[in-house]
Design a protein around this ligand. Sequence first.
Ligand code: B12
Length: 210
Amino acid sequence: MSKIQEVKAMVEVGKAKLVPGLVQEALNEGNAAGDILQAMIDSMEVVGDKFSKGEAYVPEMLMAAKAMSKGVDVLKPLLAVESTSSLGTCVIGTVQGDLHDIGKNLVAMMLESAGFSVVDLGVDVAADKFVEAIKENQNVTLVACSGLLTTTMPAMKETVQTLKGSGLTGFKVIVGGAPVTQEMADSIGADGFAPDAGMAVVKAKELVKA
Ligand code: B12
């Protein structure tokens, strides 16, 4: 088994203590950070499928998530190359009722490295909290909302509508997360959508420079 396959297998079974070392070994073998990250994302897909089939439960998902986070910590310095340009402040959070944060954290990390100052509100963030954060922080040019559950899509909609109806200006709203599509983003009035952390950077730059 290649090191990258070992990383994938150990994330799947939630071995948080083993994963960082294996990620480092995979890097030492010459694997690209992006490929190792993708292997871990694939693992989460596998765990999610098992959950859907009743072959894995919440604790297994949680352990896999912890293992992936530990692996991402090793990759962070390689994925995030500091940028000198300033694109303003991005307020980011996972919408109310939703506790998933791995994707949100990846997006935050990539936006920070692209030149945004990132204010991360965490998970289960009520619409009003996003509005408060815009008032409390200087030069907010982007608000990024993450959501992984179909059941929290109404909270995503409420968040976007609260932001748009707040009377505050100077920022764009980008949304994302597995159940989010371009059509959905358009229908709730978001300014942009991206399917992954890499595309989030491309879209975010496009939005704030427009
Ligand atoms: C890990 C996990 C958990 C962990 C989360 C831990 C954590 N710290 O995040 C825990 C155990 C807490 C959990 C709980 C639950 N989960 Co869960 N979970 C997952 C799992 C396996 C992986 C998610 C993940 O991290 N993926 C990897 C990351 C990198 O991908 P990502 O989040 O999609 O992010 C990428 C893109 O979407 C995008 N993106 C994300 N956010 C944003 C934001 C912006 C602005 C942009 C532009 C882009 C963007 O970029 C990211 C990077 O490329 C998924 C399965 C799956 N296939 O996704 C289920 C899954 C999301 N969970 C699911 C469910 C049902 C639940 C529970 C309801 C289970 C239960 N019965 O309690 C609870 C809900 C708890 C809550 N209130 O939130 C379902 C959702 C089904 C649905 N359609 O609604 C899934 C799909 C599993 C399944 N197949 O059934 N879960």
